[in-house]
Design a binder for this molecule. Structure first.
Ligand SMILES: [Zn+2]
Length: 383
């Protein structure tokens, strides 16, 4: 059975445990004579995996990191032509959930384990597999922390999200905020007794919309992106219980995806300040009212220069740089901020990700296998 078939066979939808898949990868590393490090999350339901292959002198300083997430998005309410958790090959395309995003890359790394372990390396190689990428890159920071704690400091990282095997240097950040507005319920004929959570939440919706309009009109701009400015929207809202009750709660979920020039921390602070002002107005009506702002996802953007170490190594290994910047987020920004020069490159096309009948072409998988084989040869040269 190929590694792609094995990995797709584990249903690792983000809401579920990934431990069986991580255990299988860990066992394969151990079989190859390598030392797997399984790093569980606080619940123990999920884990990251680090397999660090030291250089010929036993050092894990520097070296190349290959990073992939192992979770995938749900297949709920999608109509698939075949079982999404069983790889089905038709006309040179391998269908299955996660084939493109991004178990194809994970499988290529797993298949190369024996080759990686076969002889001494001139520079270390670090294999990293994460949980919960699809729900806000939640596994990546704990991974960075675990690498630091273990004294592993890669100099270059390739994140294997589907890019048709071209290097992507830049993508926007992603920020998702959940604002919970708690008012005071009352019979709707007695409005002065209540504090209307929906009406106050509407102010926050408008605040966010106005700043999105400002980003669109005033920039910053970067024409390398298909949408050349920071975008944002309010994507979920819920509140109220009946037509004749002043609503005591309203929850608003909003997001923005920004260009590197925008200071996300300042934008988060601006949202919090605005909400604090609304809260003050609510409390003037009734001190029991409150607003909380929680960032439920936050991943920095990526803006790796043309002459960065990761780009140069990728070129040396035969990869081309994609001229475009992309709007989707990845874990790459987190690794890059952690001090590792990072680019995104992996088999398959993002256009197939998250959809029914997701697929990766066998040609793309072969191109990824060849890239990893070249990388191993490169790291072994002159050892
Ligand atoms: Zn992905």
């Amino acid at each position: 059975m190929t590694w792609l078939t094995r990995l797709v066979g584990f249903d690792t939808t983000s809401r579920d445990s990934n431990r069986e898949l991580i255990a299988a990868l860990g066992a394969a590393a151990a079989d190859a004579g390598l030392t797997p490090r399984i790093v569980p999350d606080p619940t123990g339901q999920k884990a990251n995996l680090i397999v660090s292959i030291p250089d010929a002198n036993g050092s894990t300083e520097g070296g190349v990191m290959l990073a992939g997430h192992v979770d995938c998005v749900p297949v709920d309410a999608q109509h698939w032509s075949s079982d999404p958790f069983r790889v089905d090959i038709r006309d040179g395309l391998a269908y299955g959930r996660g084939t493109a995003d991004m178990k194809g890359f994970d499988a290529a790394v797993a298949a190369a384990l024996p080759d990686m372990a076969a002889g001494p390396l001139r520079e270390p190689l670090h294999l990293c597999f994460t949980y919960d990428e699809e729900i806000g890159c939640r596994g990546a920071q704990p991974l960075v922390d675990a690498l630091q704690a273990a004294g592993i400091r890669p100099r270059v990282c390739f994140v294997g999200e589907p890019t048709s095997m071209r290097m992507i240097r830049a993508h926007k950040s992603i920020n998702v905020a959940q604002v919970s507005v708690r008012g005071v319920g009352a019979h709707s004929s007695l409005t002065p007794d209540g504090v209307n959570a929906i009406e106050y939440a509407a102010r926050i919706v408008l605040f966010h919309r106005k700043r999105c309009d400002r980003w669109r009109a005033e920039g910053p701009f970067d024409d390398a992106y298909p949408v050349p400015y920071t975008t944002g929207s309010v994507n979920q809202i819920s509140g109220g219980t009946a037509v004749n009750i002043v609503p005591d709660q309203c929850v608003v979920t909003l997001e923005w995806r920004s260009l590197g020039e925008l200071d996300d921390a300042a934008e988060i602070a601006a949202l919090q300040d605005f909400c604090a002002g609304v809260e003050q107005d609510m409390r003037a009506e009734n001190p029991a009212a409150s607003i909380t702002v929680e960032m439920i996802a936050s991943a920095p953007g990526l803006d790796t220069p043309e002459d960065a170490e990761s780009v140069l190594l990728g070129r040396e290994l035969g990869l081309q740089v994609c001229p475009d910047k992309v709007t989707y987020g990845t874990e790459a920004g987190i690794y890059d901020r952690g001090g590792v020069s990072t680019v995104v490159v992996g088999p398959g096309d993002i256009a197939q990700a998250h959809k029914a009948d997701e697929f990766v072409s066998l040609d793309q998988l072969a191109a990824c296998d060849a890239f990893i084989a070249r990388l191993i040869r490169h790291l072994r040269a002159d050892a």
